[in-house]
Design a protein around this ligand. Structure first.
Ligand code: DAH
Length: 364
């Protein structure tokens, strides 16, 4: 056997039995590294006569190829075995009974947001979103809220110290209404959206938290009037509270971004010491509860977004989601919503698999 063949047999044998990746790497360096045995053989080619080189050259090159291939194959095998061992060690017991594992729950706010999306999707509304860090043009100016409006004051709004690239003051949005602006500036009418999300105000007591949730509604089309608004709200509230005796009362009001504006009250009754939405507020034992703000989108707001207010009209509304959840599911302290108390969540939370659907019952 020639020197080359002997070396080949020895190296391939060692590679085949290398016990781990470190041992294999040591073998690779000893054979193919700068001072390696195969590298050394390759160097001898330089000192050979042309005839010797013609005879030995192919043998030495094929030795190098065989060693390289064997190392690659052994490396793949060792890595595969290492992965198998790791997976075997991390094995999960899928047969563990689910009831024994800690149970999560869907927060009532998330549940109500899902219910809203489901109900409004059925009426052809898409869900839109906007950032919680907003600029003062979209949060106030474009919505026709004047510089002097009290909502802009430092004690009502959380401002950031720096402005954006366009020199606009940055703030935590105080309502979901800026999503109206974002939508009208990026979509051609007809528009039908709801925009649920977090909003922030510098306000904190038993019924106010610095962060809370709203859902905005916006419809822009031709020939929209307040009848569309009232029908939409009535249809939504019947589906949401899952009863047909929902009676609405629209009270004239003022919001800078709607004209005319209306606050919407819903009739309620006391049942078992709780306010239950439903029934006509004019009857004995019933009363009206303020539920949301709404109105026809102010022409100035439509024009601020680059649309022609003579062609496009619409209505908008804004509702407090936390309030909706409290009314529907009977919680009375808003602060508990954001305490993260597991007992509260276990009691008021929803199962992750009970997705609200109109056909299956919205909160079933
Ligand atoms: N943005 C108002 C607020 O936060 C709520 C509101 C009122 C939204 C009337 C509307 C609307 O879209 O038409 O108090």
């Amino acid at each position: 056997m020639s020197e080359t063949e002997a070396l080949k047999a020895k190296l391939l044998g060692e590679i085949e039995t290398a016990s781990d990746l470190d041992a294999l790497e040591a073998l690779r360096v000893a054979a193919l590294g700068k001072a390696g045995s195969v590298t050394g053989l390759l160097k001898t080619l330089g000192g050979m006569t042309p005839e010797e080189r013609q005879a030995e050259g192919p043998k030495i090159h094929s030795l190098r190829e065989a060693v390289t291939a064997a190392i690659g194959a052994r490396k793949a095998a060792l890595e595969g075995a290492a992965l198998d061992a790791k997976l075997a060690g991390e094995r999960l017991d899928m047969t563990l009974p689910a009831a024994a594992a800690p149970r999560g729950s869907v927060h009532p706010v998330s549940q109500v947001m899902d219910e809203l999306a489901e109900i409004f999707a059925d009426m052809g509304f898409a869900v839109a979103t906007g950032p919680e860090i907003e600029d003062d043009w979209r949060n106030f100016t474009a919505l026709n809220i004047p510089e002097t409006h009290p909502a802009r004051a430092m004690h009502d709004t959380f401002y950031f110290p720096d402005t954006d690239a366009e020199g606009r003051a940055m703030l935590l949005r105080t309502h979901t209404s800026p999503v109206q602006i974002r939508t009208m500036m990026t979509q051609q009418p007809p528009i039908r959206i709801i925009a649920p999300g977090r909003v922030y105000r510098s306000d904190s007591d038993a019924t106010h938290t610095p962060m809370f949730h709203q859902v905005e509604g916006l419809v822009i089309d031709r020939g929209i009037h307040m009848g569309h608004l009232k029908w939409t709200l009535e249809t939504f509230l019947k589906a949401f509270f899952e009863r047909d005796d929902i009676v609405l009362r629209l009270r004239p009001s003022y919001f800078p971004f709607t004209e005319p504006s209306a606050e919407v009250d819903v009739g309620y009754a006391h049942e078992k010491g709780r306010r239950i939405v439903g029934g006509n507020g004019d009857d004995d034992g019933h009363a009206w509860m303020e539920l949301l703000g709404s109105g026809m989108v102010n022409r100035r707001v439509i024009a601020n977004c680059g649309l022609d207010p003579d062609e496009w009209q619409g209505f908008a509304f804004g509702i407090g989601i936390d309030r909706l959840a409290m009314l529907k599911y009977g919680m009375d302290d808003l602060r508990a919503f954001f305490d993260g108390d597991l007992r509260w969540l276990a009691h008021y939370g929803f199962g992750a698999l009970s997705v609200p659907t109109l056909s299956g019952g919205i909160s079933a």
